[in-house]
Write a protein that binds this ligand. Structure first.
Ligand code: KIV
Length: 276
């Protein structure tokens, strides 16, 4: 019997992301923060890997993402890039890395690209459109992020569903639509829409020429993104808009507990796991 070599996967690129709009099959993005997980999600055929600043809550155990630094993001991007995935690597710009000036935004984007990202993502709409434009002018592809923007934690009073109010106030439907249009006009290649009513996400998706990637934004977006720990059931909590496709947390507890019991009972290592 001959060994079959798996077909070489085609690299997912920014042009492929742009072409995916309206092509009938939504794109799938997940987060990963290191090479091991990047290899796993790439083997599972994801289109985009987001090295998200959710590393702050998911890996560092923080309450929000605000303390994540550029040094940390560059390190995690480097680890994911070491896996050489076919998926497009998106590096998240952390809080404080683009808000103060366009030159910060460009310099920090360059840093993530040099660490191995193929695109950067930043949060906000109208108010950060100048930063998006500056980064795009430096020839770096950008993905926007509107709706629930976790870096606006204090303004929003926590991570709250957005787009449920009428009018032009922060977090209103009209403002989120304006944010979407501003992100597109500034030259972004796609936009993440987080935690807004599905009909608003659908309206944005139908209005924009660039792909929308939803999380908690319903099924009508041009793609979906999930945090890998939520998808794998590693998190203790499961949010309404996330889906655990397996229960790795319990499986991990059971496996480690089996090891602990074998050690306590002097059953591990057996001769099979020892040198003679
Ligand atoms: O940092 C992150 O993981 C994100 C996703 C939730 C979209 O921004």
């Amino acid at each position: 019997m001959s060994m079959m070599t798996p077909p070489k996967k085609i690299k997912f690129t920014i042009p492929r992301l742009l072409e995916s709009k309206g092509a009938g099959s939504p794109v799938a993005m997940v987060t990963a923060y290191d090479a091991t997980m990047a290899r796993i999600v790439d083997a599972a055929n994801v289109d985009l890997i987001l090295v998200g600043d959710s590393v702050g809550t998911v890996m560092q155990g923080a309450k929000n993402t605000l303390a994540v630094t550029m040094d940390q993001m560059a390190y995690h991007v480097q680890m994911v890039a070491a896996a050489k995935p076919s998926a497009l690597i998106v590096g998240d710009l952390p809080f404080g890395s683009y808000q103060a000036s366009n030159s910060d935004a460009v310099r920090n984007s360059i840093r993530l690209i040099q660490a191995g990202a193929e695109c950067v993502k930043l949060e906000g709409g109208v108010h950060v459109s100048h930063a998006i434009e500056a980064i795009v002018n430096a020839d770096i592809p950008v993905i926007g992020h509107i709706g629930l923007t976790p870096q606006s934690y204090h303004r929003m009073g926590g991570n709250k569903v957005q787009g449920r109010t009428e009018g032009d106030g922060a977090g209103s439907r009209e403002r989120i639509m304006k944010d979407a249009l501003a992100v597109e006009k500034a030259g972004a290649s796609a936009v993440v829409i987080e935690a807004v009513p599905s009909d608003l996400a659908e309206e944005i998706t139908n209005t924009l020429a660039i792909p929308t990637i939803g999380i908690g934004a319903g099924v009508h977006c041009d793609g979906q993104v999930l945090v890998i720990n939520d998808l794998l059931g590693l998190s203790e909590r499961c949010f309404t808009f996330t889906k655990a496709y397996t229960n790795f947390r319990q499986q991990a507890i059971d496996a480690v507990n089996a090891y602990v019991n074998e050690v306590h009972e002097s059953k591990f290592p057996s001769t099979q796991h020892s040198f003679q």
